[in-house]
Design a binder for this molecule. Sequence first.
Ligand code: NAD
Length: 397
Amino acid sequence: MIIAPKIRGFICTTAHPEGCAKHVAEQIAVVKSRGLIENGPKKVLVIGSSTGYGLSSRIAAAFGANAATIGVFFERPGEADRTATAGWYNTRAFELEAAAAGLYARSFNGDAFSYAVKAEVIAAVKADFGQVDLVIYSLASPRRTDPKTGEVYKSVLKPIGETYTNKNLNTTTGVVNEVSIEPAEGDDIEQTVAVMGGQDWELWTDALLEAGVLADGVQTVAYSYIGPEVTWPVYKNGTIGRAKEDLERVQRALDAKLAPLHGKAWVSVNKALVTQASSAIPVVPLYISLLYKAMKAEGTHEDCIEQMDRLLRDRLYNGNPQPDEAGRIRIDDWEMAPALQALLDERWKLVNTENFAELGDFEGYQSSFLRLFGFGLSGVDYSADSDPSVGIPSLAS
Ligand code: NAD
């Protein structure tokens, strides 16, 4: 089948197997060009390993440190006439590249929030690794089923207390308009915290601890975002921000639980980047477009892979993680540099549909978005026939 992008709002409902493979190969090349991560992780579990930050974490660990990896994700396989989700093809490509490099890689497709998937993955860790020395927690999901009660929690992206109105980008047309988001109501905050907070990270860590599969000196990391004040009402001070506060609460609890193993839990604050999760947040895509333009101009732009390489190479495994006053790792440091933020603040006030092409990187935003689904990569023949039903080697039974 000939596969083309089909964009519906902020999602693309198709994905390209060869394009996703090229995207993965390009990320591997970035990591390899930077050389071996000295004393890096050896046996790594990545929860949410198929797209975005989790995929790049897996690639950085495997191809930067020759780590064996187990990945967990929730993706849809393809059929003869329907493409898989991008994370499926990404994982297939990752496994094929890992095998070619002689690296162990095994994957699990299922609901990471469930007890069943945790048990299955932990059995594999025990059998194949004995113990893991790094656990990355990189889930982003709109909902979570409570494994105990069966209740389904839904995460919302809303301000708290009052309606928030700000500039917004129509990512299809490039029109800069305004959006108003009504404040959280009812149990919106609790529901969002139950999905995107730290509860499930803690359940995973408890289960791994109980099974005795965490190595001495283990590190575990979950990802957060802070960003500039213009986005605070919908991010840092909104429902999702409450969930990220909960992540920090759990980080402190996990630190205590891991202390007997000389282990450490971290929250890493990452840069705003185009991913499937971030493109759904109002206001943020306009900010990202301005950010990309300015960071590309000053030569500091990074994508997920450069961020994750820096996290492992310059923070987690160089003996100098440089935590901030709250104990968080800050690889959003270049994004949050005061001079850059002052420039972005100025541009935010000025930006409108007419000057957006000049102030923002719309082309960069759109191409980054398409690349998430394997479209627009150089060297891929998009007019060629492609088999959408290809499998993931470790999932083939
Ligand atoms: P993403 O949508 O690209 O990745 C989400 C991953 O979670 C995928 O691998 C998906 O398969 C997996 N997943 C979702 N539900 C699952 C389930 N029930 N069971 C198993 N796997 C499931 O998202 P992302 O942007 O890489 O986000 C990852 C983390 O990074 C989030 O905590 C997010 O808040 C954080 N973060 C993102 C940004 C950004 O700008 N994108 C910035 C800073 C921090």
